[in-house]
Write a protein that binds this ligand. Structure first.
Ligand code: ATP
Ligand code: MG
Length: 567
């Protein structure tokens, strides 16, 4: 699948059509230059991946450029851990910003100078209204706002007050710089929006304590885009109503370029939340282990869970880019990872709920190496050796004392094939004093290695691990983080965390892995036959016992529940 996201495979969309037209008409000198502008106040998630794939994908396909730019104007919520994780995640997804790593804070001086230009032109003023008064003056969607009493300040007074704001003469919230646009505008964003506010006592991760005034997003973004020569500034739909302000800023300062803002719908995904505020809450309140918890929809979490970058890119390709909002089925994402892993995950055997099985007619001092294909359809993946011996471990779920014909596994007196090995027959069941099954005693048919027995049909195949050779370890069965598709939907008075799935993690500590898994590496997911896809946990890697994470089940076990069939 790694080849699937090549340019000729990316379906067109309304943004690409706009760009095609722009190129044809020679707009932006025929250049294409995009940017991905994360705010370093959290880890990237699958929604950001949609934006990354869009921005970097367009740059690649149009032989243009894509910048990585941190939108770092809110220092109290930002930190270097986020700055670093974001770079790691973009790179891991397969994209390269080359030497074009920028910070909006790189432009603080220029942003200040442009603000002075606006003041001099009578297009910005220092306002002393406090937050509450500002809201009251702003009006509503139905009623126009009122002009601030400070709106008519002279240019000189504004220049002086703004310089003193910068110099630290005023407290937080005492004054702001506002654009002078139109308090009667039907677009609330145009009612003299704030351009700068005062923030003392925070140490910015890039600029330290150099500034105590910080520019607002709506002012910073167009200026940063223009300074970088961005041609198409792609953002999510909630910024549609901010576009007039984006354009107003660029039309009223002396700057040679005017990027074009285009909005698309953000990704919403079933069974998870993609708001950074909510994800932060899950981390801070201990509902998950951290930002890279394998249940999180973060890139770091998905990577640790075992999702490949290619499967995430493929998912983004399939959902496409539109202007209509909706909730994307989680099945779309799960299908992408299943298809990817089915094609490239080597097969292995592992037992989750061990049950001892003794093959009575197999000599105690004997063992042999059996050969098994690493992949049923891809011979190039080669073979491995699996040790076989008198005592093996099977899964408790693969044995029943009695069962009807639908049970295609081992029953008392019945026969079953051991995957990659012989046909065995259950001769006896051993129980402890409480009546629990502790051991199965079987016989094996030596003439059934790689061929069917004569004159009888064996209907089932089960997996197993040699007791003596198997490696004991832990498996973490991850499932969806939320129990309902619309994870955000809450009853009155409830919290979204009420919707968390209590079974999103089950830990099994008595598992047996076939010996070949000792060499497992964190980048390589495996199919544990009949169980699902698993990957070595990257955080626990190198420690004993080994810990494997379940990436995904072989089939969608939730489909049955949703149709009322039970899990
Ligand atoms: P939140 O609203 O949760 O705080 P954000 O949109 O503010 O997230 P940013 O770091 O500002 O997060 O996002 C960087 C870029 O990624 C922006 O261009 C934003 O539009 C885009 N983006 C964020 N979330 C999604 C999403 N769910 N789907 C598509 N694009 C997204
Ligand atoms: Mg944002």
């Amino acid at each position: 699948m790694s080849e699937l996201d090549q340019s000729d495979n990316t379906p067109t969309n309304f943004i690409r059509q706009i760009i095609d037209q722009d190129i044809e008409q020679g707009k932006h000198d025929g250049r294409v230059h995009t940017r991905f502008p994360p705010e370093p106040n959290g880890y990237l998630h699958i929604g950001h991946a949609k934006s990354i794939v869009l921005n970097f994908g367009i740059a690649r396909d149009y032989e243009g450029l894509c910048n990585l730019r941190f939108d770092d104007t809110n220092p109290h919520k930002e930190n270097m851990e986020f700055v670093e994780s974001i770079q790691q995640d973009v790179r891991w997804l397969g994209y390269d910003w080359q030497e074009r790593l920028f910070y909006a804070s790189d432009y603080f001086q220029q942003l200040y100078d442009f603000a002075v230009e606006l003041i001099k032109a009578g297009k910005a003023y220092v306002c002393d209204l406090d937050g509450e008064q500002m809201r009251a003056y702003r009006g509503t969607l139905k009623e126009p706002g009122q002009e601030s009493p400070y709106r008519s300040r002279s240019v000189e007074e504004n220049l002086d007050l703004f310089a003193r704001m910068k110099a630290g003469d005023f407290a937080d919230g005492e004054r702001v710089l506002r654009a002078k646009i139109d308090m009667a505008s039907p677009n609330m964003n145009m009612r003299d929006p704030t351009l700068y506010r005062i923030r003392h006592g925070v140490i910015h991760h890039q600029t330290g304590e150099a500034w105590c005034i910080y520019p607002m997003y709506d002012y910073t973004h167009p200026v940063s885009d223009a300074l970088e020569g961005i041609t198409h500034s792609l953002c999510t739909l909630e910024f549609e109503d901010h576009r007039p302000l984006y354009d107003w800023v660029l039309d009223n300062i002396t700057i040679p370029s005017h990027p074009q803002q285009i909005e698309f719908s953000r990704l919403n995904l079933e069974y998870t939340v993609l708001s950074k505020r909510k994800l932060t809450q899950l981390v801070d309140e201990g509902f998950v282990e951290g930002w890279d918890d394998p249940r999180m929809p973060t890139i770091a979490g998905m990577k640790r869970r075992g999702y490949s970058a290619a499967s995430i890119r493929e998912f983004c390709r399939r959902i496409g880019i539109t202007k209509s909002d909706g909730l994307v089925e989680i099945g779309m994402l799960e299908t992408c990872i299943r298809e990817d892993l089915d094609a490239r995950a080597p097969r292995r055997m592992a037992v989750m709920h061990p049950l001892k099985l003794v093959i009575e007619n197999y000599p105690d001092d004997q063992q042999e190496m059996l050969e098994a294909a690493n992949h049923p359809k891809d011979e190039s993946m080669g073979v491995r050796q699996i040790p076989f011996s008198r005592e093996i471990i099977i899964d408790q779920a693969d044995f029943r004392e009695q069962a009807n014909k639908k049970f295609k596994r081992l029953v008392t007196g019945g026969e079953v094939r051991l995957r990659n090995a012989y046909v065995i027959k259950c001769e006896e069941v051993v129980k402890n004093n409480q009546g629990d099954i502790v051991e199965i005693r079987c016989s094996y048919d030596p003439d059934t290695l790689g061929k069917n027995p004569e004159g009888r049909k064996v209907r089932g195949v089960i997996h197993w691990v040699s007791a003596k050779h198997g490696v004991k370890g832990e498996v973490r069965l991850y499932d969806r983080l939320f129990k309902q598709a619309n994870a955000d939907k809450v009853e009155e008075g409830g919290r979204f965390t009420d919707n968390l799935n209590p079974d999103s993690l089950r830990t099994l500590t008595e598992c047996y892995f076939e010996p070949a898994l000792v060499d497992a590496e964190v980048e390589q997911a495996y199919q544990f036959e009949r169980e699902g896809y698993f990957i070595l946990d990257s955080v626990e890697a190198g420690r004993q016992p080994m810990v494997f994470n379940r990436v995904i089940t072989l089939r969608d076990s939730w489909a049955k529940i949703e149709k009322g069939g039970g899990k």
